[in-house]
Design a protein around this ligand. Structure first.
Ligand code: ASP
Length: 616
C-alpha cells in the first residue's frame, strides 16, 4: 500500500505515530510561514501542516500543489494546539506534521469546486461526473446506496430468498412503456427488447419451483423523462409462490422498517404502516400516493351546496359531479396574491377556477358576519353557509377553505395539487419523517380514451378480485385487483400484485384488454403454456432502489443517488452516448437510417453534438 492510514481514520490516539497518508488536495492555506493542506481520501479529510524550517523539501512541494493534486505525505500525527481543534471534523483534534511529501499526480483546475458545494449545472456535473462524485454529498450518497443494497441482500437471504439473474435480451412485449430495442445480427430484421422489468421471468421462476426469488435488477423504459425518471433504473424485484397479498405486504413492511432502523435512524417512521384502499386514498387525499405527513384531508361538500344559488356548483351536481374541499389551518393569513397563485395552479390542473373562503378571528365558526368572511362567492352564500362548509372540513375561524367542483377525477387532481403546494409553502411536511403506507385494491382496468380501449392499471398479469370476475364481461371498470403500492411522503416506492396463475383467467383478461387469441399466442404463448404445467399461486412487488436511496439520502431527484445517470434527454454528456455508429456496424445489424435520422446526423456533424442541451 502507498499509505499506512486512511486520512479520515486518524484520531488523538494516533498522536506520536509516524504515518503515511495519500489523497487529494482538498484545500491549501498559506499562513505566512506555515502551510496547511486538507488532504482527502474516501474516508474523510485530515489536516497536514508543513513547517519550512523543519522540513524544507516537504514545504516546497506543498508550496507548488494546487486543488485536487494527488499527493503522498509522510509525517507524524500530533495533537492540535488547544484552541485550534475543529470539533466539526472527525479528525479535528489532530494534524499530521509533514516530514516528506511527494506529488503522485498533478491536476488541472477542476471545472467546479470539489470542496465547496457550489451550484453547478447538471450537464457540467454529468460531463465531469468523476469529479462530481468526489464531492462529499455524492460520495455520501454512493456509500448510502451500497449500504441499502447490502442490507437488502442480507435481509432477503436471511428469509430464504434466492437471487437469480434474468436475461436483458428479451422478447418485446407490451408491458406499458416503450421498449429499448436491440437489433439482432444473426437474425436479420429481428430485435430483442431490454427488460422493462423481469416480470415474466420471475413468474416463470415460480413455475420453475423457486418459490422465493429476488434480484437487484436493472430495468429499461424508453419514456419521455419527467422529473425523476431515468431510462434505466434499478429495482428490488421480488416474487413469492404460495402467498397472499398480506404475506407480501408484511415482508415489505418488515424490510422498510428494518432498513429505516439501519440507514435512517434519524428519521421518525410511524408504524405500523397505514393501509388505505385506492378508493379511500382518492377520497381522502385525491391521490393514490398521498403524503401522510400532513392533514389537509378532503371532504365531500356536495350535499351542503345542493340547494344553493351558486350555479357553478349546482350545474356540476346535476351533471353527476361533486363539490369537494379542504381547510387550511391558519389559512386566513394567505395573502391575495397567494390565493391567486393557488387559483392559477388549480387552472393548470384543469379546473375552471378555485372557490375559496377565508375566515377571520379565532374560535368556532358560528355567528359569522359578512366582515368575518372573505370570498369571491360571498354573493351566493351567507357567511353561515360558508362557515358550515368549512366546519364540515374541520375548520375554525382563522382558516381558509378551498373547494373544487367537477367529476371526481378532476377534483381529485386539482385538490391533490393544491394540498401538495400548500404543504410545501407552509412547511407542513416534516422532512425528518418517513410516512410509509400501503395503498391496496387498485382498480383492475382503466379506460384509455385515446386508444378507445381498456388498459391494465398495474400490468396484465395482475389478478382480479375473485368476487369481481363476473364483471369482466359487463363492467371491467368496476373490477378491483390484487395490486398494491407502498408509498412514502407522497411518492410511490413500489408496485406489485398477486398474479393470475390460471391460463383461462389470463386469456379472459387478455380479451378484455383487446389482445386476441392469436396475439396472445405470439406474445405470451410461453407464459400461457407455462401456466398449464402446474403454476403455483404467486405474487410479488418491485421497490425502486433509486427512489428508496433518495428517500433516505433526503434527495428529491434520483439522479443524485445514481453514479452515472442520464440527462433529461436520456443522454450522457461525458461519453456522448447515444452516438452514431459506423455504416459497417449498421449494416451488420441490417439497419438502414431513415431521412429524419440522416438529417439529424448531418446537423450533428455540422455543430451540436448529440446529447448536448441546456443546463437544466
Ligand atoms: N414488474 C412490476 C413493475 O415493474 C412490479 C411487480 O408487479 O412486481 O412495476
Amino acid at each position: 500500500m502507498l499509505k499506512t492510514h486512511r486520512c479520515g481514520d486518524l484520531r488523538a490516539e494516533h498522536a506520536g505515530e509516524r504515518v503515511t497518508v495519500a489523497g487529494w488536495v482538498h484545500r491549501r492555506r498559506d499562513h505566512g510561514g506555515l502551510l496547511f493542506i486538507d488532504l482527502r481520501d474516501s474516508s474523510g479529510i485530515v489536516q497536514v501542516v508543513f513547517r519550512p524550517q523543519d522540513a524544507p523539501q516537504a514545504a516546497a512541494i506543498a508550496e507548488g500543489v494546487r486543488s485536487e493534486y494527488v499527493v503522498r505525505i509522510h509525517g507524524e500525527v500530533a495533537l492540535r494546539r488547544p484552541g485550534t481543534e475543529n470539533p466539526e471534523m472527525p479528525t479535528g483534534s489532530i494534524e499530521v506534521t509533514a516530514a516528506e511529501a511527494e506529488i503522485l499526480n498533478a491536476s488541472e483546475t477542476p471545472p467546479f469546486s470539489i470542496a465547496e458545494e457550489t451550484n453547478t449545472g447538471e450537464v457540467m456535473r454529468l460531463k465531469y461526473r468523476y469529479l462530481d462524485l468526489r464531492r462529499e454529498r455524492m460520495a455520501r450518497n454512493l456509500r448510502l446506496r451500497h449500504r441499502v443494497v447490502k442490507f437488502i441482500r442480507d435481509f432477503m437471504d436471511a428469509r430464504g430468498f434466492l437471487e437469480v439473474e434474468t436475461p436483458t435480451l428479451n422478447l418485446a412485449t407490451p408491458e406499458g412503456a416503450r421498449d429499448y430495442l436491440v437489433p439482432s445480427r444473426v437474425h436479420p430484421g429481428a430485435f430483442y427488447a431490454l427488460p422493462q422489468s423481469p416480470q415474466q421471468w420471475k413468474q416463470l421462476l415460480m413455475v420453475a419451483g423457486v418459490d422465493r426469488y429476488f434480484q437487484i435488477a436493472r430495468c429499461y423504459r424508453d419514456e419521455d423523462l419527467r422529473g425523476d425518471r431515468q431510462p434505466e433504473f434499478t429495482q428490488l424485484d421480488v416474487e413469492m409462490a404460495f402467498v397472499e397479498e398480506e404475506d407480501i405486504l408484511a415482508l415489505i413492511e418488515e424490510l422498510y422498517t428494518d432498513l429505516s432502523a439501519e440507514v435512517g435512524a434519524h428519521f421518525t417512521v410511524p408504524s405500523p404502516f397505514p393501509r388505505l384502499t385506492f378508493a379511500e386514498s382518492m377520497e381522502r387525499f385525491g391521490s393514490d400516493k398521498p403524503d401522510l405527513r400532513f392533514g389537509l384531508e378532503l371532504h365531500d361538500l356536495t350535499s351542503l351546496v345542493r340547494e344553493t344559488e351558486f350555479q357553478v356548483f349546482t350545474r356540476v351536481i346535476e351533471d353527476g359531479g361533486r363539490i369537494r374541499g379542504f381547510v387550511v389551518s391558519g389559512g386566513a393569513d394567505i395573502p391575495r396574491r397567494g390565493v391567486d397563485a393557488l387559483t392559477e395552479l388549480a387552472r393548470e390542473a384543469g379546473a375552471s377556477g378555485l372557490v375559496w373562503a377565508q375566515f377571520s378571528g379565532e374560535g368556532p365558526l358560528d355567528g359569522l358576519t359578512a366582515d368575518d368572511v372573505r370570498s369571491p362567492v360571498s354573493r351566493f352564500f351567507t357567511p353561515d353557509q360558508l362557515g358550515a362548509l368549512a366546519a364540515e372540513c374541520g375548520g375554525t375561524r382563522g382558516d381558509a377553505l378551498l373547494m373544487a367542483a367537477g367529476p371526481d377525477a378532476l377534483t381529485s387532481k386539482v385538490l391533490d395539487v393544491l394540498r401538495r403546494r400548500i404543504a410545501e409553502d407552509r412547511n407542513l411536511a416534516d422532512p425528518d419523517t418517513l410516512a410509509f403506507l400501503f395503498v391496496t385494491e387498485f382498480p383492475m382496468f382503466e379506460w384509455d380514451a385515446e386508444g378507445q380501449r381498456w388498459s391494465a392499471v398495474h400490468h396484465l398479469f395482475t389478478a382480479p378480485y375473485e368476487a369481481d370476475l363476473p364483471l369482466l364481461e359487463t363492467n371491467p371498470g368496476a373490477m378491483r385487483s390484487h395490486a398494491y403500492d407502498i408509498v412514502c411522503n407522497g411518492q410511490e416506492i413500489a408496485s406489485g400484485s398477486i398474479r393470475i396463475h390460471s391460463r383461462d383467467t389470463q386469456m379472459a383478461v387478455f380479451r378484455t384488454l383487446g389482445i386476441g387469441a392469436e396475439e396472445a399466442r405470439v406474445k405470451f404463448g410461453h407464459m400461457l403454456e407455462a401456466f398449464t404445467y402446474g403454476a403455483p399461486p404467486h405474487g410479488g412487488i418491485a421497490p425502486g432502489i433509486d427512489r428508496t436511496v433518495a428517500l433516505f439520502a433526503g434527495e428529491r431527484d434520483i439522479r443524485e443517488v445514481i453514479a452515472f445517470p442520464k440527462t433529461k434527454s436520456a443522454a450522457d454528456p461525458m461519453t456522448g452516448a447515444p452516438a452514431p455508429v459506423s455504416p459497417q456496424q449498421l449494416a451488420d445489424v441490417h439497419i438502414a437510417l431513415d431521412e429524419e435520422a440522416r438529417l439529424a446526423l448531418e446537423e450533428a456533424a455540422a455543430g451540436a453534438p448529440v446529447g448536448d442541451e441546456e443546463d437544466a
